[in-house]
Design a protein around this ligand. Structure first.
Ligand code: HEM
Ligand SMILES: *[C@@H]1O[C@H](CO)[C@@H](O)[C@H](O)[C@H]1NC(C)=O
Ligand SMILES: *[C@@H]1O[C@H](CO)[C@@H](O)[C@H](O)[C@H]1NC(C)=O
Length: 424
């Protein structure tokens, strides 16, 4: 075991502290949001521990075999990074679609839900770091650097546990993810709000507007996305839809917050046109493909419902080249620059306060320039720096979370020339 008990206890106490950062933020008037509500699922709330399903039969993902090697990714290590093959491989019964049962956990990420439904992740939704890194490579041909980055983000934005390296892909399953619940406090899983999960999602409610349900598929939103994009979920069309969702939240959500971690939402929307399309359809991000991954069914009256079958389309082949950190960062910037919006949060009285984050977000504007070394480090900064996670709190990575992240990133992180944070 890497960590001493003392340092773990320290980490736990640091992890539950939310630092008011207003004093350091020149654009923020602290008086406006002193009473802003904390947004944390828990207990009997949607996504909380009390209602989180518990499958007593936890079966780890079977992983790959010599007969069906996919990208050859196992044990959290780099695979071949050569895609263009069919998934699931014809004849590979271990990775056929199996619908989730009532005891299985699913959450806000269609990519991971689908991976669990096909047993690239543990089917009950309690997954490990290695499963996440392997699944992203073997199924989607996500590049190793990005696969690690996303898995680290999932675990260290305190949604998961850095000692057991376990994460719930949905609701709070602390009893099963945490190495010591008393020390770690609650681990809300990917449903946890204003961490990885954030407002203005493509098909999920804002936390406040959904009364805490920020993770279920919403057919109205899927319909809006399909109408805006005309069923062609490409970069330009999704950039427009993301802008519409931002305006909607700005108008309707008195607790709307759009912080540095919201950058990830542009990354997620790029997955529709970069990771989900099939080679057998000329890599078109079309309706049949996207509705399959999202588990969407069109009803006779034109509305959309969730069919509990987020699945890989038939005869699907994955992308040929790995989708890397640089690729996704370029897509994030490209979408953002089509419809620039302000980073910050609603103050509840009609105001909107702007935030700053490192040198990338200044006065609420993303100033990172495409192609620069600093921009290449944009997503790493979300893990390694203090991130304002709502208007009145800032999440500072613990020493142990940083140590964990750096041990996983090395050496791709250093090679980019990203500033290495002090871990002592
Ligand atoms: C370890 C890896 C990953 C983690 C931890 C993760 C986590 C998440 C989380 C927390 C969200 C919710 C964000 C929000 O809308 O508020 C999300 C959304 C999303 N993810 Fe993932 N994800 C991962 C990998 C993937 C992959 C490989 C795909 C590829 C297909 C994918 C596709 C999506 C899509 C399309 C959304 C947007 C859903 C929507 O807004 O309706 N994700 N992911
Ligand atoms: C789905 O989203 C729409 C539009 O934001 C909203 O009016 C509706 O209440 C949501 N439905 C559910 C079930 O949350
Ligand atoms: C998949 O491929 C098989 C064999 O080529 C074909 O018979 C079938 O119609 C295809 N299914 C779809 C949905 O394209």
């Amino acid at each position: 075991m890497k960590y001493s008990l003392l340092s773990l206890a320290l980490a736990a106490s640091e992890a539950v502290t939310a630092y008011p950062f207003v004093a350091e933020m020149p654009d923020v008037d602290s008086s406006l949001f002193r009473n802003a509500r904390r947004q944390q699922p828990g207990g009997t709330n949607p996504g909380g521990a009390a209602t989180c399903p518990n499958n007593p039969n936890h079966v780890p993902a079977p992983g790959i075999t010599a007969a069906y090697p996919y990208n050859g990714a196992k044990n959290g290590l780099p695979g071949k990074g050569k895609g263009g093959y069919q998934v699931p491989a014809p004849g590979d019964t271990a990775h056929q679609f199996v619908a989730p049962g009532p005891l299985d956990i699913r959450g806000p990420c269609p990519g991971l839900n689908t991976a669990a439904n096909h047993n690239f992740l543990a089917h009950d939704g309690i997954v490990t770091f290695n499963e996440l890194v392997d699944a992203q490579q073997n199924l989607y041909n996500v590049g190793y650097d990005l696969a690690v980055l996303l898995a680290v983000l999932g675990l260290t934005t305190t949604d998961g546990d850095i000692v057991t390296e376990k994460l719930s892909i949905g609701c709070d399953a602390t009893a099963r993810t945490s190495f010591a619940p008393l020390l770690t406090g609650s681990e809300p899983g990917l449903d946890g709000h204003n961490k990885f999960e954030a407002d203005t999602s493509l098909t999920r409610n804002d936390f406040f507007l959904g009364k805490g349900d920020n993770y279920n598929f919403n057919g109205t939103l899927f319909g809006m996305m399909t109408q805006t994009t005309g069923g062609n979920y490409n970069r330009d069309n999704l950039a427009l839809y993301r802008y519409q969702r931002y305006q909607q939240s700005l108008q309707d959500n008195p607790n709307f917050y759009f912080g540095p971690l919201s950058l990830l939402l542009f990354g997620a929307s790029s997955f529709l046109y970069e990771l989900m399309p099939s080679g057998t359809k000329g890599y078109a991000p079309d309706y049949d493909t996207i509705s399959s991954f999202f588990g969407a069914t069109k009803n006779a009256d034109g509305t959309y419902s969730f069919n509990n079958a987020e699945r890989i389309p038939d005869n699907w082949t994955n992308r040929v080249t790995p989708y890397t950190n640089n690729d996704v960062t370029a897509e994030i910037l490209a979408q953002y620059l089509e419809y620039p919006v302000l980073f910050g949060g609603a103050t509840g009285n009609g105001g909107f306060n702007l935030i700053n984050f490192g040198s990338s977000i200044q006065n609420g504007k993303l100033v990172a320039k495409p192609g620069t070394a600093e921009t290449a480090c944009l997503l790493y900064q979300l893990v390694t720096q203090s991130v304002p996670s709502s208007l009145n709190s800032i999440v500072t990575p613990t020493v142990n979370a940083l140590t964990f992240a750096l041990s996983k990133f090395d050496p791709s992180f250093k090679n980019l020339g990203c500033p290495i944070p002090l871990t002592k």
